[in-house]
Design a protein around this ligand. Structure first.
Ligand SMILES: Nc1ncnc2c1ncn2[C@@H]1O[C@H](COP(=O)(O)OP(=O)(O)OP(=O)(O)O)[C@@H](O)[C@H]1O
Length: 327
């Protein structure tokens, strides 16, 4: 079921001289219930402008935005707030509020005209706080929070809004790895309950591991869409992110380190070999089966063998020191 779709949407902004500047055009996409979509593209390609346009903060320059069967233009601000929640990177203005007060604002579309919270409102607020693991900061003021803590609070507020659609602009920008994984798992769980989640991100883990689909914004060419794996295999992701020049290693999701130094034939435990390979390549060594120098990675050590010599090392650091001194 499509929760949100755009038809030939044109996005951009109005310049000081008054003429509109088009950033992207002919965007026809659909956000389905139960799906996570990542919006990707280079800096300045128009991702935030798109998110702001579909959430009604910026006017479209052309085309159509529909929530279900309703055109966005027919929806009041309160109606829109009951359909979508938005997590932007900007810090909220009301910095003197406490965390719990900010999250309670997410209940605004449902609370009475006096703003009084019902029992249900309180339950939902408690649920949002507990799902995002922010109980320990619930009574702090927003100005007391770190960037990462604030980011989780903004996600909690979006959850408390209980909308079918959640739009997030760079949700992991300030999160450490633990918190990023926690948020990723939470978004996955919520999506599978039937929500549609759109994330604008530069994070490869979020876009390729978590997302069901990618929408790729390019400069001077149409938006591409598909499952992450298809767009990786046909080269679209690499092209959209201008990674071809760097020899981006799409298997490991990392820059392929160019090496032209001595060759080493490496074998052994896969995990330990993976990290050994990374350290060797960073130091200029090539991994090759036709090398006279062989390295066996065991559970406990690293055994280096040349036609003349054999030595064992207890750590990658020791191995590197030996290799560097004999280069
Ligand atoms: N009101 C405005 N006035 C002038 N330029 C603007 C305005 N709004 C957006 N832009 C420009 O439009 C381009 C797209 O901005 P946008 O923030 O949508 O990009 P983005 O894809 O989200 O980039 P990033 O990955 O860096 O966050 C940028 O070059 C930005 O400077």
């Amino acid at each position: 079921m499509s929760l949100l779709h755009t038809h030939q949407l044109q996005i951009g902004y109005t310049q000081a001289k008054g003429a509109p500047k088009v950033l992207q055009q002919d965007i026809s996409v659909s956000l389905e219930a139960g799906n996570i979509v990542s919006l990707m593209g280079q800096n300045g390609v128009g991702k935030t402008t798109f998110i702001k346009t579909i959430s009604g903060l910026l006017p479209p320059l052309g085309g159509e935005i529909k929530y279900g069967s309703q055109n966005i233009r027919k929806l009041s601000a309160v109606q829109l707030a009951s359909k979508l929640s938005l997590v932007l990177t900007e810090r909220p203005h009301a910095f003197d509020l406490s965390v719990i007060e900010l999250i309670a604002i997410g209940r605004h579309p449902y609370s009475s005209w006096l703003g009084t919270l019902s029992k249900k409102d309180r339950e939902v607020i408690d649920w949002a706080i507990s799902e995002t693991h922010i109980n320990y900061i619930a009574n702090r003021k927003l100005y007391e929070l770190s960037d990462g803590q604030l980011q989780k609070v903004m996600i909690a507020r979006a959850l408390a809004q209980e909308t079918d659609i959640i739009l997030l602009d760079e949700p992991a920008a300030h999160l450490d790895l633990h918190n990023k994984i926690e948020v990723m798992m939470l978004l996955r769980k919520i999506a599978r309950q039937g929500k549609g989640i759109l994330i604008s991100t530069h994070d490869m883990q979020i876009s390729t591991q978590l997302s069901d689909r990618l929408w790729l914004f390019n400069f001077n060419s149409p938006v591409q869409q598909g499952t992450p794996e298809d767009l990786i295999l046909d080269g679209s992701l690499e092209k959209a992110l201008y990674l071809s020049n760097f020899g981006y290693d799409m298997i490991h999701g990392a820059v392929a380190m160019e090496a032209s130094g001595p060759k080493i034939n490496l074998s052994g435990d896969p995990t330990r070999s993976f990290w050994t390979t990374q350290a060797l390549k960073r130091n200029g060594f090539q991994i090759s089966e036709d090398a006279s120098l062989s390295l066996k990675v065991t559970d406990t050590n690293w055994i280096l063998e040349s036609p003349k010599d054999k030595a064992a090392f207890d750590s990658i650091e020791q191995l590197l020191q030996h290799l560097q001194s004999n280069k």
